[in-house]
Design a protein around this ligand. Structure first.
Ligand SMILES: Cc1cc2nc3c(=O)[nH]c(=O)nc-3n(C[C@H](O)[C@H](O)[C@H](O)COP(=O)(O)OP(=O)(O)OC[C@H]3O[C@@H](n4cnc5c(N)ncnc54)[C@H](O)[C@@H]3O)c2cc1C
Length: 346
């Protein structure tokens, strides 16, 4: 079998790069071994504002301009509904927090997103001592539905192998490489935290930021917005909500833990005061980089090998843009931005 590309990993990064290849009529195969779960468990929220500090997310406007049409086109292509727009309501912690919001609404980079009119309504079941601030232009991609549907789409076209990619089986030649029976021009690694097992790229500084989430059923809670407090409460419909997420910088497994559950239950006590039951718990590792910029580019020695990783806590917004950046870098020799190029690590 002869292909232009092999892609390793089919989470949000691999999916976005595959879409670039399909649009350019390139040939490819994908390997996926289910070792990482980040894209399957993610809240999937896109939010252009960092609500802890009231600062814009890096390149938020530019990323949304590419990401929203990207997910819309996938809805059509796969005949699924994955993009749900909603308002995010930030629960203010104090009068000072509320004042900081007001100052931020004047900033040109935030004025499109932060609503200067506060919401002082009472919502049954939610404990809030102060008003709420509304974030516009936010929403959620159902990443689990997207990734599962996309894997099925590739399976139907016989373009995906559900097996682990073996790094030591690559044979390098002058203008191509071989991997078992496959002859390819290039390999793009999109392994998420699985990168730590990749002998070619594990020198890059990827950190494990494990996150855990609960799905709860709260029959008396009826909100259609995403509530952002010490944790987020994301409506899924039928009084079901995703609640999350934890941050753990030492646990390298994707297994749900009792500690993770307890942390969320404890925080939830200060946010809602209606009964609920826990329906399920999930966990995954966010592929995070110090400096919060992705890892994109060619291997310094083996230029046939590239990486698309480090999407951190915002894979939904970032993936479509950086996949495009990498594709044009590899095919049209366009420069990668210095901020995302792995050259920055020497
Ligand atoms: C709890 C939690 C909540 C989150 N919430 C949000 C959110 O609300 N909004 C947001 O934008 N982001 C969120 N994220 C972050 C988001 O999930 C990530 O940024 C994104 O999913 C990373 O995508 P990826 O494709 O790089 O990695 P992954 O999703 O980890 O995909 C990598 C894939 O590669 C496969 N793989 C690895 N090694 C191999 C190999 N050797 N052979 C074959 N296959 C291999 C893995 O099985 C995996 O499927 C959250 C993450 C977590 C954990």
């Amino acid at each position: 079998m002869k292909v232009d590309y092999i892609i390793v990993g089919l989470g949000l990064a691999g999916l976005a790069f595959t879409e670039e290849l399909i649009a350019a009529k390139k040939t490819f195969v994908v390997f996926e071994d289910d070792s990482q779960t980040s894209s399957l468990v993610a809240g999937g929220v896109y939010n252009p504002v960092i609500l802890k500090r009231y600062t814009p997310v890096w390149n938020a406007k530019e990323q949304l301009k590419i990401a929203l049409p990207f997910y819309q086109s996938l809805e059509k292509k796969l005949s699924i509904k994955i993009d749900e727009k909603f308002v995010i309501k930030k629960v203010f912690k104090s009068i000072e927090d509320q004042n900081n919001w007001f100052s931020a609404t004047d900033k040109p980079s935030l004025s499109d997103f932060l609503n200067p009119v506060l919401d002082s309504q009472n919502y049954h079941g939610i404990m809030a001592d102060f008003d709420y601030g509304n974030v516009n232009e936010a929403g959620r991609i159902d990443t689990k539905k997207l990734v599962q549907s996309y894997r099925q789409y590739l399976k139907d076209m016989r373009l995906i192998y559900f097996e682990s990619f073996q790094y030591d089986a690559i044979d390098f030649h002058m203008d191509h490489l071989t991997y078992h029976h496959i002859i390819a021009n290039k390999i793009v690694f999109c392994e998420g935290f699985g990168m730590v097992n990749n002998p070619f790229f594990k020198y890059l500084p990827l950190n494990e930021a494990k996150g855990e989430l609960l799905t709860i059923h709260a029959p008396e809670l009826d909100i259609k917005f995403l509530l952002k407090s010490s944790l987020f409460i994301l409506p899924l419909g039928d009084n079901h909500y995703k609640v999350g997420a934890t941050f753990n910088w030492t646990d390298k497994t994707s297994n749900p833990t009792e500690e993770g559950k307890q942390e969320l239950v404890d925080k939830l006590k200060n946010v809602i005061n209606v009964p609920y039951s826990i329906v399920s718990q999930s966990a995954g590792i966010r592929p995070t980089v110090a400096g919060r910029r992705p890892l994109v580019g060619k291997h310094p020695v083996h230029s046939q090998l590239s990486i698309l990783n480090g999407l951190g806590t915002r894979g939904v917004m970032i993936a479509p843009t950086v996949a495009k950046n990498l594709f044009h870098h590899l095919e049209n020799e366009e420069e990668l931005g210095a901020e995302i190029d792995i050259n920055r690590f020497g």
